[in-house]
Write a protein that binds this ligand. Structure first.
Ligand SMILES: *[C@@H]1O[C@H](CO)[C@@H](O)[C@H](O)[C@H]1NC(C)=O
Ligand SMILES: *[C@@H]1O[C@H](CO)[C@@H](O)[C@H](O)[C@H]1NC(C)=O
Ligand SMILES: *[C@@H]1O[C@H](CO)[C@@H](O)[C@H](O)[C@H]1NC(C)=O
Ligand SMILES: *[C@@H]1O[C@H](CO)[C@@H](O)[C@H](O)[C@H]1NC(C)=O
Ligand SMILES: *[C@@H]1O[C@H](CO)[C@@H](O)[C@H](O)[C@H]1NC(C)=O
Ligand SMILES: *[C@@H]1O[C@H](CO)[C@@H](O)[C@H](O)[C@H]1NC(C)=O
Length: 600
């Protein structure tokens, strides 16, 4: 199709060049770690995503807070898919201006796909055409560490009259890439695991921050199983219904897969009654269901085991979203460099019904995601929240630094060309419309030394956390680290949970796992059980959690008050009395949260 269209396209662009002078939309300095390999081949296909302004996003945000704030009379009255779409739909003038521009470049309407609300237009175009549309030059870039190759540019322009009608075009300046998600992994055989358990017979009784006590098996301080999580989270004998329509999902990207066989091994080990229970795969944007043990990635495999182990007999789905693969020369089919959050959002926002609880455990340094793009992804999360979906996101595995917790290679400086020392918050954790989960370990619980936390540079502090974060800044931090973080930014994490020594199955045998993804999965499983209790009580699910967690919900958290997560050559932030940027409000008590949630 495109080789035919291309000559027209080039003719069209010569025409528009005369009529419309371009002005700059965005320009970045060459990103750290990427080497420019020269001009991209003219015929290489770029899957462009064009964002039109969401005409009434501020109204959507008001609705989101109204239906998520327990003090509001509209609490729980979530919006329908159609209501959300009406609020984020672009103005008709924007639609026609963009359509005209595309047709001037020889792109017919039939070559475009649109998000349900029409606020995103996607079209696959050859580099030469994208270059004339955006008056830029695309280059091939290679990453020094992992040899990933991308086609990107460092700046792009649009005709002046389109600036009011197009918020952003990607992939252009988006170099974000897969981050190592360093887990503290150790493979152990079953006999050794049994030996551990034997050495830690008996129980441990700990005093919680509210003076109550919790008794758990001593083995849970060495190996965390589903039985341990049920004790630590005070789930007691609560069981999900399994038939009331409550579902949970893990959103995975970048060739991470959940494995059916490992799920069964895990069930045999920890939850024999769940053996034979499975989950569904939902393939998005060319994502695959790869059950090969040769895959060198496993995070989402462990996440599925944890969430499903907690919610059994309820079950759920694994979203396998394709995109942003390595760039392959002369291929126009394998150019899937679409940023996967956008592709996933396009898919889920188009569904009438969705799992009530969705988690994701990926981390990019916020500064590596262009602000305009991060804001649109975050706006997509707000749309899910308004529809009553609870979203749980990992706070990160690098403490105050980047995703790499190794102090020898951790990078803690700005990428704006000034190279200033700075703490680096993680995205999507920093989006104010998700619930961000930090990581704890051991009994009594302390933060892991890599629990991600800090303050966004893109979003200001949302009002739901204003009181507790101001308190932390003025009473605890008192000027320490001034200049290294944004004291007015959205603060992370919101909450935390156990993250260490999880016994899970990978590649056909049991192993031990730890990291922010485990705590996110544990918290997501708990939220799904809360949603189950709400549904059983004839109530809508909890939806966007933060306004509840930071008000009535705070009383249901065990405050973590000691420990720190060093990074960037500092001791990092401390866990303190009250909210702190390493464990948030603390670790949850299901029994208390359920009582509170049922009273809403
Ligand atoms: C495209 O950018 C170049 C400079 O990079 C400028 O000289 C030229 O006028 C621009 N074209 C349009 C149509 O704005
Ligand atoms: C935005 O939404 C609000 C509330 O739903 C509505 O009253 C208003 O008319 C909308 N504005 C526009 C420009 O659509
Ligand atoms: C749990 O394990 C940690 C780390 O080994 C240890 O410091 C702590 O004392 C243990 N807790 C109990 C109650 O034994
Ligand atoms: C699982 O399936 C196998 C084979 O059909 C059956 O023998 C076994 O009893 C099932 N186990 C459970 C817990 O349902
Ligand atoms: C699984 O591995 C086999 C053998 O290496 C290969 O032929 C097959 O394509 C792989 N499947 C997927 C989905 O990657
Ligand atoms: C953390 O606590 C230690 C020990 O009390 C203290 O010396 C340090 O200043 C605290 N750091 C921060 C950032 O609050």
């Amino acid at each position: 199709m495109w080789p035919l269209l291309l000559p027209f396209a080039l003719a069209g662009s010569a025409y528009s060049t005369i009529l419309h002078a371009h002005t700059l939309v965005e320009s970045i300095v060459s990103p750290d770690g990427w080497v420019n390999l020269g001009a991209a081949p003219a015929g290489h296909i770029i899957p462009l995503r064009i964002a039109l302004p969401q005409a009434n996003f501020s109204a959507l945000e008001e609705h989101l807070y109204a239906v998520s704030d327990p003090a509001h009379k509209r609490y729980g009255a979530h919006l329908s898919k159609a209501e959300v779409e009406a609020l984020v739909a672009p103005h008709p003038d924007s639609v026609s201006a963009v359509d005209t521009w595309l047709s001037e470049h020889g792109i017919p309407n039939s070559a475009c796909t649109r998000s349900p609300a029409g606020d995103w237009v996607s079209v696959r175009v050859p580099v030469a055409l994208a270059e004339s549309m955006l008056n830029t030059t695309f280059y091939k870039w290679k990453h020094v560490e992992d040899d990933v190759e991308l086609v990107r540019t460092t700046k792009y322009s649009l005709p002046e009259h389109l600036h009011a009608h197009i918020e952003l075009v990607q992939p252009t300046t988006l170099f974000g890439r897969k981050k190592g998600q360093p887990a503290m992994v150790r493979s152990v055989g079953a006999p050794q695991t049994r030996a551990h358990a034997l050495r830690s017979r008996g129980t441990i009784t700990v005093t919680r921050s509210d003076g109550s006590t919790l008794t758990v098996d001593a083995s849970c301080n060495v190996t965390v199983t589903i039985a341990c999580l049920r004790q630590l989270l005070n789930i007691g004998d609560y069981r999900a219904s399994g038939t009331n329509g409550n579902r949970i999902a893990v959103a995975g990207y970048l060739e991470e897969y959940a494995n059916y066989e490992d799920q069964q091994i895990f069930y045999k080990d920890q939850l024999p009654e769940a053996v034979n229970s499975s989950f569904t795969y939902t393939l998005v944007n060319g994502g695959r269901n790869d059950q090969n043990f040769s895959s060198d990635t496993y995070q989402d495999n462990t996440n599925m085991q944890t969430v499903l182990g907690l919610v059994f007999p309820a079950t759920g789905t694994y979203y396998s979203t394709g995109g942003r693969g390595p760039w392959i020369e002369d291929s126009d089919t394998d150019a899937d460099t679409v940023p996967p959050y956008g592709a996933w959002l396009d898919f889920v926002l188009a569904q009438e019904t969705l799992p009530q609880t969705i988690m994701t455990a990926y981390q990019s340094d916020e500064q590596t995601i262009p602000e305009s793009y991060a804001k649109r992804v975050c706006a997509g999360f707000a749309q899910l929240g308004a529809r009553g979906i609870s979203l749980l996101v990992m706070s990160g595995n690098g403490g105050v630094g980047d995703a790499n917790p190794d102090p020898r290679t951790q990078r803690c400086w700005t990428n704006d060309g000034r190279h200033k020392k700075r703490f680096l918050p993680a995205f999507p954790a920093s989006c104010p419309f998700v619930t961000t989960v930090g990581a704890t370990m051991h009994i009594p619980e302390v933060p892991t030394d890599v629990s991600g936390g800090g303050f966004s540079e893109y979003w200001s502090r949302p009002s739901y956390q204003d009181d507790v974060v101001s308190e932390y800044l003025t009473r605890q931090l008192r000027g320490t680290y001034a200049g290294l973080y944004n004291p007015n930014g959205r603060a992370i994490p919101d909450v935390s949970a156990q993250a260490y020594n999880f016994r899970i199955a990978e590649w056909g045998h049991l192993g031990m796992h730890g990291g922010g993804q485990e705590s996110t999965a544990a918290f997501a499983g708990l939220v799904s059980l809360l949603n189950d209790a709400r549904i059983e009580g004839g109530k809508p699910p909890l939806g966007f959690l933060n306004p509840f967690l930071y008000s009535a919900g705070t009383a249901a958290f065990n405050d973590i008050t000691s420990g720190n997560a060093p990074g960037c050559g500092t001791q990092g932030f401390n866990a303190t009395v009250g909210w702190d940027p390493i464990t948030g409000l603390g670790t949850p008590d299901f029994g208390k949260l359920k009582d509170l949630a049922l009273a809403l």
